[in-house]
Design a protein around this ligand. Structure first.
Ligand code: SF4
Length: 400
């Protein structure tokens, strides 16, 4: 069973990377009761009391964690309290060299830094002091260390980080990220899923569930706590659509066993018609048609689901074919009209073409020539005859 408490130590990240839906999150958070910006150290300590020791304690959230001046103390406290799985995702902003040395004592799993790129996607101040801190992380051989970049990596960082550099597909965070700001060469997970009304599971294991004898139960959860104690379902919920509890009102165990997470798990298992962000999340997977043994679901039900889905698919395909046939007959009508039009336009040219065919032209010339010759001949005869006729008779000569 995966359990995690993701801790957001601060609201209002100054980095404002282009692939982050920071404004959407801040707007949603400000509308909540007591939207304080900084997490109190004492609140954090109190909340942790009930979190089991095998849970992951993750310092990330929707902001740079070390903007909170007590964040290093919080990380060290989790370690001192005996948590074995501590995770950090940071830009190194606000961390001093001394802080990094202090943190290097902790066996992180993992410690990930986000590094700036040449395209300005990750907005982290890039200067000599920053490079020194990156170099220090490498030299100290921080446990679980790696560096994430999006876009083209800066050559200086490539030299320092070498094999520690990794890149991932950018997440749309259930459609909250403004895709228009992402350059086309950056791999981006677009939200295309719509699993509303389908049985789903979370590939990312942010919420896991199992079903036994028709009863659904939450088997793992990784909620994120915000400075005011609100818990959102997971790190994808930047619009704060699935608030699953509040650690100022409930303990961590109560939230995990509470009705909000239970209801979401039941929706995933298709036990109710609620709408949840998981239906449209890039990390969700449709398992409605899987024909494998899932606890509490008979194979017949799965087969029925599969047939139903296939029927739906066939109906869709039939409709598509019908539509295509309609489009085709419309096109044929258009083509007929076009052919008629072309026929009308081209007919005179066909006559002209016939008229000017070489054989016909030759025949006409021959006929013309013959006519001319004939006329010439008859003209000569007429002339000769008329010449004869018109010769004046000299009466006097005759008489003589
Ligand atoms: S929103 Fe996505 S990542 Fe979060 S629990 Fe649902 S499916 Fe998993």
């Amino acid at each position: 069973m995966v359990k995690m408490l993701e801790v957001m130590t601060h609201v209002g990240c100054p980095a404002k990377c282009v692939y982050c839906a920071q404004d959407t999150f801040c707007k949603s958070y400000e509308a909540r009761p007591d939207p304080k910006k900084m997490l109190d150290y004492d609140d954090y300590v109190r909340w942790l009391e009930d979190v089991p020791k095998d849970a992951f304690i993750t310092f990330a959230g929707f902001s740079e964690p070390f903007i909170n001046p007590r964040a290093v103390d919080m990380v060290c406290y989790a370690h001192e309290r005996g948590y074995k799985q501590i995770q950090v995702y940071t830009t190194l902003m606000n961390l001093s060299k001394e802080d990094i040395i202090r943190l290097s004592e902790i066996p992180f799993n993992p410690f990930v830094i986000h590094v700036p790129d040449t395209q300005g996607l990750t907005k982290i101040p890039f200067n000599d002091a920053y490079l020194e801190k990156v170099r220090l992380c490498v030299d100290l051989n921080l446990s679980g260390f790696s560096a994430t970049h999006y876009g083209y990596v800066r050559p200086e960082l490539e030299d320092i980080l070498g094999d520690n550099l990794k890149t991932y597909k950018l997440l749309s965070r259930v459609g909250t990220v403004d895709k228009s700001k992402i350059p086309p060469n950056i791999p981006f997970a677009e939200v295309e899923n719509d699993f509303t009304g389908k049985k789903i599971k979370c590939k990312y294991q942010r919420l896991t569930w199992r079903e036994e004898n028709g009863k659904v139960e939450v088997s793992g959860a990784t909620p994120m706590v915000l400075p005011n104690g609100d818990l959102v379902l997971c790190c994808m919920d930047m619009a704060m659509k699935q608030i699953v509890g509040n650690l100022n009102e409930q303990t961590y165990s109560e939230v995990l066993a509470g009705t909000k997470l239970q209801r979401i798990a039941e929706t995933m298992a298709m036990k109710n018609d609620d709408r949840i962000i998981c239906h449209k999340c890039e990390e969700a997977e449709d398992i409605s048609h899987e024909c494998e043994e899932v606890e509490g679901i008979t194979e017949i039900t799965l087969l029925q689901n599969k047939w139903k889905a296939q029927q739906e698919q066939l109906v869709q395909q039939g409709m598509r074919i019908e539509q295509l046939a309609g489009e085709l007959s419309a096109s044929i009508e258009e083509l007929k009209k076009l052919a008629k039009h072309l026929h009308a336009v081209l007919s005179p040219f066909r006559t002209i073409h016939k008229w000017f065919s070489p054989k016909k032209v030759e025949k006409r010339i021959r006929r013309l020539r013959d006519k001319i010759l004939k006329k010439k001949k008859s003209a000569t005869i007429t002339f000769e005859e008329s010449e004869k006729k018109d010769v004046p008779v000299d009466r006097n000569d005759k008489a003589a």
